[in-house]
Design a protein around this ligand. Sequence first.
Ligand code: CP
Length: 313
Amino acid sequence: MINFTKFENIDLANSLIEKALAFKTDPRVNENKGNGKRIGLIFLNPSLRTRMSTQLAASNLGVESFVLNMDKESWALEMQDGVVMNQNKVEHIRDAAAVLGGYFDILAIRAFPTLTNKEEDISDFVINQFIKYSGVPVISLESAIRHPLQSLADMVTIRENFKENRKPKVVLTWAPHIKAIPHAVANSFSEWAIGCDYDLTITHPHGYELDKKFTNGATIEYDQTKALADADFVYVKNWSAFTPYGKILSVTGEWLLNESKFGENTHAKVMHCLPVRRNLELSDEILDGNRSLVQHQAKNRIFAAQAVIDTML
Ligand code: CP
């Protein structure tokens, strides 16, 4: 593994999941492994969990971490190659990434999509510019199209909460929102659940089909109640339309998940990556009830990041 930006293969996924679970049992077992190493965490967008959990993961391994909120604290970056920089962009990604690559052993980047330039977003342009010009291993802290550290933590959470000798039945359900939200968490969750050979059903209103590149192998079910009937894990997430790109569509029916939607399914656990808008995306009743795994997921972000950094070291 050189960069960590997506699901690679089931062997690597299993090895990272097992490593994360081992770190959860003994977070400091490799506390000197990263002595003398430095990781730069570069944020072009806000974060609570990703920033804190990755810093904690680095600390557990003896790696020094440095955070730059590049969107607020640094120069406005020009991302395109070959342009005359006579507008408001002050520094080229080519120069900034090379400088950061010279400072750090590992770079970790958060770069959300524009949701306006579909071609650029689906090429994962910004993180790939960092990979191209930094010359050091890069970890995605959520890119335009994927959130692999979140998905790894989600797979760890499913592994530790499912003890039956069969594939878990996992449902990814669309949830309402007032803003146009990126596809990264939904894409990545689908990519990892299918890659880990789980039985994945995706339920959403008509028009909210995700990029097929990420959902090939999943069952699409437009009836949410039917999808939930025998689920073991229900992952709740909003995303904007993929076509037309980044738009909010009008939706018929009630998509907010509440207890009554589960019918006789008393065992299903509910997941969400957070942050969550309570009673818009997910009800208080579910978030604060026995089904909720959201705090487990957030805690597992530390050990997922630790497994990735340890493997890179
Ligand atoms: N789930 C997640 O990535 O949270 P943050 O955006 O707060 O990092």
